[in-house]
Structures are given as structure tokens and as C-alpha cells.
Design a binder for this molecule. Structure first.
Ligand code: PLP
Length: 449
């Protein structure tokens, strides 16, 4: 006992006294005197280094311009200029809200106690609703080939992680939705951009795409209808995409999240052109069902047995994240089996805004804008003065007018191409005033160059 009382001082415990295991456990079981010692030990400062904690190198390869640019906007706001946010494709923040029957389904699910973890591929009713929807649209599929995900975003991550190894290649459209290149970079794979051509309504350049295929290419990403261009691919282009994939044993990741927002009505699923193709289709409640904050989507693997291993791999990966948000899965059932008349009105509202947008930009000097055919994005291009970049134009526009859009290089475009993406979900009257401000600013910008 005496011996133990002698060693109860913090300074002596910093390695200068060798205590055997039994001594230590005896100290820890002492009475009040030793509790004071233990308290002191807890309060002792650890030796710290002043250096900041290093981050993983993959973070430097990960970039998502649509949100990165918000920091600039906040600085402009802090300096006293109100910002008009045209950077994010969020219908809810422009007043388009999900249909009441979807809200009721979520509320009911919560009240009925569906607040626990669910099966990782999703609830049977939601998977069946997605399968029935695809079947009705001409892609017959069973519910076991559907996974419910945390939005299309998580589905992108699951598909690419299931299929692509470090050092392998993925074909992505140029311009692209930036999450693709960000996830590909995170995996340590390589994005190969295939051009889409503004002179041909932003249709993919099939010859260029074909020239990019190598033995390391694993996946062909298609975004149709397209973000950021608003293009809808022609049937012949879609057939060519399927052919290239087939000839080179590629899997198509078909991002069809805007499929129901074609201005001439829903755009056919890619899988309707070839039911045996290796097509993995993604969509969600975010756009056509106006509930992006619910973070709920789905991925559908084509019926071909060539995708069976992919399905098993994706289920394995999905197990690790437990499940996608529970109550919202009940809204998938409501959305896909209930009334969709909101889409008729939404498409009409978008088509009108698209027309006005293309008209307004095409009337500006040095600017051209292809008319969008779906969704709520347009990608105007400005003939930039020599030495200027799209980022310079967009940031100067932001600082001088408070209008926030996203520079085209954030979507992979060359900075000197002068492209930028506009989200045209705002009210038509407000859009008119925004476009008048952009026109006045652009005239000044070109004159001052
Ligand atoms: C082409 C495309 N894919 C995926 C997403 C992500 O959508 P979600 O909200 O379903 O994750 C977006 C969002 O803007 C998108 O434009």
C-alpha cells in the first residue's frame, strides 16, 4: 500500500517510473486520493503539433463547381449585394412543391411507425412500383432488379464503384454533370470526355466517342435529357450509343433523371430501344416529382443476365450504407402509382421559360444559346475577348449584378469556350429582369475588354 501512495504524482508517471500491470490496476482501484490523481491525469494537456491535419489526396481531385461557387456568392452577399441564385437545379427553391399525395405518404409512413432501418435494397412496395413504371414505359423488369437509393447521386456512386477499378476509364459527355467526374476521380479512374455539339443541338459526336474507347474503358455514361444543355438525344444517336456499348462490352449508365421533363412529353427510356442491352438506368424524386431534399431515387438494372454480377455487387455495397431514407420510400409508391398531373403543368411552365431564355440570350451581342428541349437548364456561349475565361465572365457577372450561374469549365468545358449554365426555374417576370441585367452587363464586359 505504501509503495502505491508514493507514485501518485503526474510528473513521475511520464515514463520515469516503471510500473508493472498489477501496480497500475491497483492504483486504478484506490480510493478518493487516487480519484484526484485520475482527475489530474485527465486534465493534463497532451503534446500537440501546430501543423494542420493533412487531408487525403483524393479530395484535391474531387470538384463540384455547382456548389463550390456558392462561397463566392456568399462573399458578394456579405459585401451588401443581394444574390439571385441560378446555380442549382432545385425546383422547390423556386416555389415548385411536391404533390400533396406524396407528402401525405411520407407523413403517414412516419405516423405508422416506419421510422426504423429498412432492407438495404429498399421496401418491396417501392421496388415494385419502380418495376411497374419501367414495364409500363416499355422496359419490362422485375422488382428484384431495382434498388432504392439516396437520390440519383448515390446510385451514381454505387454503379461506378461496382464496375470501375482504379486506372480504368469511363466515357462521359462533354459538358457533363460534374458528379460523374468527381466520383470517377475519387475512385482513381479516368474520365474520357466525348464531345456533344452545340451546332447539332448538343447531340453527342459519335465518331469522337468511338475514337475514345480503349481496352480499359468500362462504362459509357449518357445523360439524356441532359444537364447542363437541356438536349434530348435523337433516336439515331441513342441507337449508336447502344451499338458502341455492345461492340465494346461496355455497360451504359443511363442517367434518366429528367426523362419525364421533355417539353414534348416524357422521353422514352433508353432501354426501350434494346431490352437486352447492358443498361443501368437511374432516376429519382428530385426533378420530375419536385422533392430533391427527400434524397430518394432508384437504379434499375436491365434484364440481361450479363448484369447479374453487377446487381450482386451493388447490393453488397448498398448493405454497408444500411438503407436510403425510410419514410420517403413510401412516397416513391405514391409518386409512381398516383396522379402525375403536376408534370403536365411543370413541363408547360418549363417550355415557356426555355423559349424565353433562348430568345433572350440569342438577342445579346456575342452570345448564342441552343434552345433546350427538356429539364430546366440552358448553356449559352459567349465569344470571349482574347485572354478571358468563362470563370472570369461568371465571377464578374456575380460581383457586378449579384446573378449567380455556373461557368462551363465546371462541367468540363474549355474555359475559353465562354460557356456557362443557367437554371431557368425562376418566375418568367423575374427571369426577364435577370436577362435584361445580363444583357447590359455583357455589353459592358465586351466593351471594356
Ligand atoms: C444529370 C443529373 N444526375 C443526377 C443528379 C442528382 O440528382 P439527385 O437529387 O437524384 O441525387 C442531378 C442533379 O442535378 C443531375 O442533374
Amino acid at each position: 500500500m505504501d509503495r502505491l501512495i508514493h507514485v501518485s504524482y503526474p510528473r513521475e508517471t511520464q515514463g520515469s517510473i516503471a510500473l508493472c500491470q498489477r501496480d497500475i490496476s491497483e492504483i486504478l482501484h484506490l480510493g478518493a486520493g487516487c480519484r484526484r490523481y485520475k482527475r489530474k491525469m485527465r486534465m493534463m494537456p497532451l503534446s500537440r503539433t501546430a501543423r494542420s491535419i493533412p487531408i487525403a489526396s483524393r479530395v484535391n481531385r474531387f470538384s463540384y463547381a455547382i456548389r463550390n461557387i456558392v462561397a463566392e456568392a456568399q462573399a458578394v452577399e456579405a459585401a451588401g449585394t443581394p444574390v439571385r441564385y441560378l446555380n442549382i437545379g432545385d425546383p422547390a427553391s423556386f416555389g415548385f412543391q411536391p404533390p400533396v399525395h406524396m407528402i401525405e405518404a411520407v407523413e403517414r409512413a412516419m405516423r405508422d411507425g416506419h421510422n426504423g432501418y429498412l432492407a438495404s435494397p429498399g421496401i418491396a412496395a417501392a421496388r415494385e412500383a419502380v418495376a411497374a413504371d419501367y414495364t409500363a414505359k416499355g422496359v419490362p423488369i422485375s422488382a428484384d432488379r431495382v434498388l432504392i437509393t439516396t437520390g440519383t447521386s448515390e446510385a451514381i456512386d454505387l454503379v461506378l464503384n461496382a464496375l470501375v477499378d482504379e486506372g480504368e476509364e469511363v466515357l462521359v459527355p462533354l459538358p457533363t454533370y460534374p458528379l460523374y467526374t468527381a466520383v470517377i476521380a475519387k475512385i482513381g479512374a479516368e474520365a474520357r470526355y466525348y464531345r456533344t455539339d452545340p451546332k447539332r443541338n448538343w447531340q453527342p459526336d459519335i465518331d469522337h466517342l468511338r475514337s475514345l474507347v480503349t481496352p480499359r474503358t468500362r462504362v459509357l455514361v449518357t445523360i439524356d435529357p441532359n444537364n447542363p444543355t437541356g438536349a434530348v438525344y435523337s433516336p439515331s444517336v441513342r441507337r449508336a450509343l447502344l451499338e458502341i456499348a455492345e461492340e465494346n462490352a461496355l455497360t451504359i449508365l443511363a442517367d434518366e433523371v429528367y426523362g419525364e421533363l421533355g417539353f414534348d412529353g416524357p422521353v422514352p427510356l433508353l432501354g426501350t430501344l434494346d431490352r437486352d442491352a447492358a443498361v443501368i438506368s437511374l432516376s429519382s424524386l428530385s426533378k420530375a416529382y419536385l422533392a430533391p431534399g427527400w434524397r430518394t431515387g432508384w437504379v434499375v438494372l436491365g434484364a440481361t443476365s450479363r448484369l447479374n454480377d453487377t446487381l450482386a455487387a451493388m447490393k453488397k455495397l448498398a448493405d454497408g450504407r444500411l438503407c436510403s431514407p425510410g419514410p420517403m420510400q413510401y412516397a416513391v409508391v405514391a409518386a409512381l402509382t398516383g396522379d402525375r398531373s403536376h408534370q403536365v403543368m411543370f413541363r408547360k411552365a418549363l417550355a415557356e421559360r426555355a423559349r424565353n431564355t433562348a430568345e433572350a440570350f440569342n438577342a445579346m451581342p456575342g452570345m448564342r444559346c441552343v434552345s433546350p428541349h427538356a429539364a430546366f437548364y440552358a448553356m449559352p456561349m459567349l465569344s470571349l475577348p482574347p485572354g478571358r475565361t468563362d470563370e472570369d465572365y461568371v465571377l464578374t457577372l456575380l460581383r457586378e449584378t449579384g446573378i449567380l450561374c455556373v461557368y462551363g469549365s465546371g462541367f468540363g468545358m474549355p474555359p475559353e469556350a465562354g460557356s456557362f449554365r443557367i437554371v431557368y426555374l425562376a418566375d418568367p417576370v423575374e427571369l426577364q429582369s435577370i436577362y435584361a441585367d445580363i444583357a447590359a452587363f455583357t455589353r459592358r464586359y465586351l466593351q471594356q475588354a
